[in-house]
Design a protein around this ligand. Structure first.
Ligand code: ADP
Length: 487
């Protein structure tokens, strides 16, 4: 990997804590593997609570001076960080593909997407407006100011090793907060590369740290975030299961939390849909990142009149996917992140087949071996199957047949999750009814791609708390202070 980088210094094997590049206090390390090849890329420090506490203490000190700067001063530093990310897009993309597996073009796309949050929130740093409220008595003047919440602890998953962090640290740093990032154990290298560029951009020492650890270490780091009084906010992206644990832990300190949790996205194709567009949207939504996103279509509902035609067109598109090592040219679909992920897809396929579904294409581990899996379409899926109720997080497109609008809305909403949803239709009355009826934080209408830094991303129900992106995104990192002045 190092040989293919234009700037090999972006591939670092130490953690970035309190403005210094460090090893673990006890010298512990962990391996970072390439999921396409199974080999070890390098090792990074396996940190614990002690190093995390030092990162928090440094962030608390650095944050005071950072918050005292003007919005424009903070914006200028963040803008430099954005520029450096874009200037190093190829290298950051290659590092990301090597540790996570997504095809290089997608990885580079993620770098641009991730960087866009730094750019967007750099601009927003200048627009943290307060408010004046007419006084309630003749001698009273009321103002409301917004201030940074303080030090933020962040825990992120492996599926977007860059963007899941920038979506959080962009608004946090723009608001004037300090930030301690704990990247996923599978993908620490992208986070460390971000730290190299943060240092070069002039982010003050200590303000932004990256504490790397294995999965066991994450538990201790999560506890440190929740028990250390200097941390005033926890931001997490990951499963609903772990989100619940962290919310419980955070309750002891009454800590403000943002949670981007699991989804179970319905993707609905009505009879009046443009079928080719619907297939294109389904491919993007379902198979991007090999099905490993929390907004991936998980249940594809197709109205009876177009069911067969849609199934045929979708399967034809799926058969054209080119599975392989994401660093090789022409590959559209990488490996799954690990063997657990493969087993989950297998379990969902086997359960669906046992309960009466049938495979149209795929359905098995790929001949390439390792964690590669065939892009799969399964037809005749029903409500009692595992795939209906759990996020597959893999390349499995399950097709359900439905008859009426009322029926499909009820099915689409019959889940504890409420992150993304999609539907394809042309009738304007139907479009209006369905977009209002879907109990989701995000609705894609006639599109399978909804992620952008300018819009508020987030879920309802057990999919989460808070929103990331857009002018709303910075609010999660601000406190409101009401000042009552008697004159
Ligand atoms: P995923 O399936 O995407 O890995 P998880 O919710 O299991 O989703 O993990 C998301 C992140 O949270 C990972 O980086 C993981 O190491 C971390 N994590 C898992 N359990 C805990 C915990 N109890 N406390 C803190 N972090 C955790």
């Amino acid at each position: 990997l190092r040989a293919r980088l234009k700037d090999p210094s972006l591939l670092v094997t130490q953690a970035y804590v309190a403005g210094a590049w460090i090893d673990a206090d006890d010298g512990a390390t962990m391996e970072v593997r390439n999921p396409a090849r199974g080999d070890v890329i390098c090792t990074v420090p396996n940190l614990g609570r002690a190093e995390t506490a030092r990162a928090i203490a440094a962030a608390q000190i650095a944050q005071k001076e950072w918050a005292a700067r003007t919005g424009k001063e903070r914006a200028n530093v963040l803008r430099k960080w954005f520029d450096l990310m874009m200037a190093n897009q190829d290298d950051l993309g290659a590092i990301l593909t090597a540790e996570m597996g997504k095809p290089l073009a997608e990885a580079k796309g993620e770098i641009a997407y991730g960087a866009s949050f730094i750019e967007w929130f750099a601009e927003e740093a200048k627009r943290i407006y307060g408010e004046t409220i007419p006084g309630h008595m003749r001698d009273k003047r009321i103002t409301v100011i917004k201030q940074p919440i303080g030090v933020v602890g962040s825990i992120t998953p492996w599926n977007f090793p860059n963007a899941m962090i920038t979506r959080k640290c962009g608004p946090a740093l723009a608001a004037g907060c300090g930030f301690v990032a704990r990247p996923a154990e599978d993908t620490p290298l992208s986070a460390l590369a971000l730290a190299v560029l943060a240092e070069r951009a002039g982010i003050p020492a200590g303000l932004f740290s990256v504490v790397t650890s294995d999965k066991k270490g994450a538990v201790g780091i999560g506890k440190e975030f929740c028990e250390n009084h200097a941390v005033r906010k926890l931001t997490f992206t990951g499963s609903t299961e772990v989100g619940r644990i962290l919310l419980r832990q955070a309750a002891d300190q009454v800590m403000k939390c943002s949670m981007e949790l699991g989804g179970n996205a319905p993707f609905i194709v009505f009879d009046d849909a443009d079928l080719d567009a619907a297939v294109e949207g389904a491919m993007a939504s379902k198979f991007r990142n090999n099905g490993q996103t929390c907004v991936c279509a998980n249940r594809i509902y197709v109205q009876a009149g177009v069911y067969d035609a849609f199934a045929e067109k979708l399967s034809a598109a799926v058969r054209k996917l080119n599975v392989g090592d994401g660093l090789e040219a022409g590959v559209t679909t990488g490996p799954l992140i690990n063997m657990d992920a493969v087993e989950k897809v297998e379990e969902h396929v086997a359960d669906a087949l046992a309960k009466g579904a049938s495979i149209i294409t795929g359905g098995q581990r790929h001949a390439l071996g390792g964690t590669f899996f065939q892009p799969t379409v399964v037809a005749g899926v029903t409500d009692d199957m595992l795939v209906t109720n759990e996020e597959t997080f893999g390349p499995l497109a399950p097709l359900f047949k439905f008859d009426t609008e009322e029926e499909v809305i009820e099915k689409a909403n019959a889940t504890i999750f409420g992150l993304a949803s999609y539907f394809y239709a042309r009738d304007v009355g139907r479009i209006t009814r369905v977009q209002e009826a879907l109990e989701y934080g995000i609705v894609g209408v006639n599109t399978g791609i909804i992620s952008t830094e300018v819009a508020p991303f987030g879920g309802v129900k057990q999919s989460g708390l808070g929103r990331e992106g857009s002018h709303h995104g910075i609010e999660d990192y601000l406190e409101m202070k009401y000042i009552c002045l008697s004159i």
